[in-house]
Ligand binder design. Sequence first.
Ligand code: PMV
Length: 343
Amino acid sequence: MSEIIKWQSPSNIALVKYWGKHGMQLPNNPSLSLTLHKSYTEMSLNYEPSDGLNVELYFDNERNTRFEKRVSDFIGSVVDVFPFLLNHKIKIETTNSFPHSAGIASSASSMSALALCLCKLEEKVTGTEYDEAEFFRKASQVSRRGSGSAARSMYGAYTVWGKTSALADSSDLHAIPVPEVHEDFKLWRDAIMIVHSGVKNFSSTNGHKLMQDNPFSEVRYDIAFENVARMVDILKAGDIESFMDVTEKEALMLHAMMMTSGRGYFEMKPNSLNIMNEVRAFRRDSGLPVCFTLDAGPNVHILYPTSIKDQVIEFVEDRVAPYCENNYWIDDVIGSGPQKLLV
Ligand code: PMV
């Protein structure tokens, strides 16, 4: 008899970036992110006993052999943690809340959703019972092995992954929630401007690898360690000026690493730059707390507190959306983490 487990898990955007890794997906520096609300993966896992491990994957109701290969490889790589997988047939059905071709990295939301389903499957099949904290810690640890940034999607609001002297419980193995967040940072929003919806020039796997020979990598890691510690203090103190300063520098530094890695490559597009200039001009002219960050691609995330939503949306519609593909952008907000839909 087959049974179903179902989770919804969000994407996240790093404010202090993870770029460079070693060993089994261990980060060369800690990172800190904001969990999103509207950008998520919904995944159901249907399982039944079988002679060997067998994985089938349906994305948007259609069998997807490319994703199936990635997920099978990942599942095959975690049989040391979940040996029972070796005699189960697993059918995964998955969808994302954001359009397939929006150019938004879905690895954080999808790998975290998969890790949550696998941890729940472990409880069901083996009778193990985790308390809530242990459950999410384990899911974070497992998802890290699929995609480093996925480890941070396990918790709401702000999350740190990687050992930092600023937080005693932090670890390279899994993420933890940032324990103290000032009221002024609790209701932030993220306008995700879709500059380009195609595939990135370089996969993040290659990007991480190229950091090994980047001449600035050691300096970058040192700065990231400092920035995570600073950001933990900034979030606690409610220091919005410093938040914007660190966030923008981190985005630009990530792309500077790409431009100085290997033969040098660009993930930004001219319109990414146009948008970042617009954000800075708007901040200067209005005096409002609005800043930008970038993921590894060309899309620009505009971050701001909910209290100034009307002014920012007007600015985004008038001056920024015209730089986006088909004027497309996603009006997202800080989220509260994964949700159990069916277990
Ligand atoms: O999780 P990965 O291996 O796809 O790496 C993601 C790295 C960045 O998205 C560029 C930064 C981050 O910390 O999320």
